[in-house]
Design a protein around this ligand. Structure first.
Ligand SMILES: NC(=O)c1ccc[n+]([C@@H]2O[C@H](COP(=O)([O-])OP(=O)(O)OC[C@H]3O[C@@H](n4cnc5c(N)ncnc54)[C@H](OP(=O)(O)O)[C@@H]3O)[C@@H](O)[C@H]2O)c1
Length: 116
C-alpha cells in the first residue's frame, strides 16, 4: 500500500500535526502503519502502540526510511489490547515525563479485536 493513499491524509495535505502526539494502535502493519507514516510525514509525533516490539521497530525503520522523518517523531511502545495488564503498563509508561506530557489523538486501529 502506498502510505499516502488514505483519503483523509490526502485531504489534509495542507494541514500539519506539528506539536501533536498521536497514539496509533496496530501501527506496525496495514492501516495503522499507513496512518502512522502519514502523521509523521505531516510533522506529528506518533506513539506506535504494538503488541510485538520487534515488528514495531522494523515498521518504524521502514516508516522513517520512506518519509525521511526524524527518529524523535516515532516512539515505539508495547501494547497488547487483549491484556488489561498490558494496557495498564502502557498507560503508566507513556505518562512518564520523558515520554509525553499529553497526547492529542488516539487512533484505535483494531475494530474487530477479539478477547479470548
Ligand atoms: N484493510 C481493510 O481493507 C479493512 C477494511 C475494513 C476494516 N478493516 C479493519 O481495520 C483494522 C486494521 O486492518 P488492517 O488491514 O490494517 O489489519 P492488519 O494489517 O492485520 O493490522 C492489524 C494490526 O493490529 C495489530 N493487533 C492485532 N491484535 C492486537 C492486539 N491484541 N493488541 C495490539 N495490537 C494488535 C496487529 O499486530 P501484529 O502485527 O502483532 O499482529 C497489526 O499491527 C482491522 O480491525 C480490520 O478489521 C480493515
Amino acid at each position: 500500500m502506498n502510505l499516502f493513499e488514505l483519503p483523509l491524509l490526502r485531504a489534509s495535505a495542507k494541514a500539519t500535526f506539528t506539536r501533536c502526539t498521536v497514539i496509533v494502535t496496530g501501527a506496525n502493519s496495514g492501516i495503522g502503519k499507513a496512518t502512522a507514516a502519514g502523521i509523521v510525514k505531516l510533522q506529528g509525533r506518533v506513539i506506535m502502540a504494538c503488541r510485538d516490539l520487534r515488528r514495531a521497530e522494523e515498521a518504524a525503520r521502514e516508516i522513517l526510511q520512506e518519509t525521511g522523518s526524524d527518529r524523535s517523531q516515532l516512539i515505539v511502545k508495547q501494547l497488547d489490547l487483549a491484556s488489561l495488564t498490558s494496557v495498564h503498563t502502557f498507560c503508566r509508561d507513556i505518562i512518564k515525563p520523558n515520554v509525553i506530557k499529553k497526547f492529542s489523538i488516539f487512533i484505535n486501529d483494531l475494530a474487530n479485536l477479539k478477547c479470548v
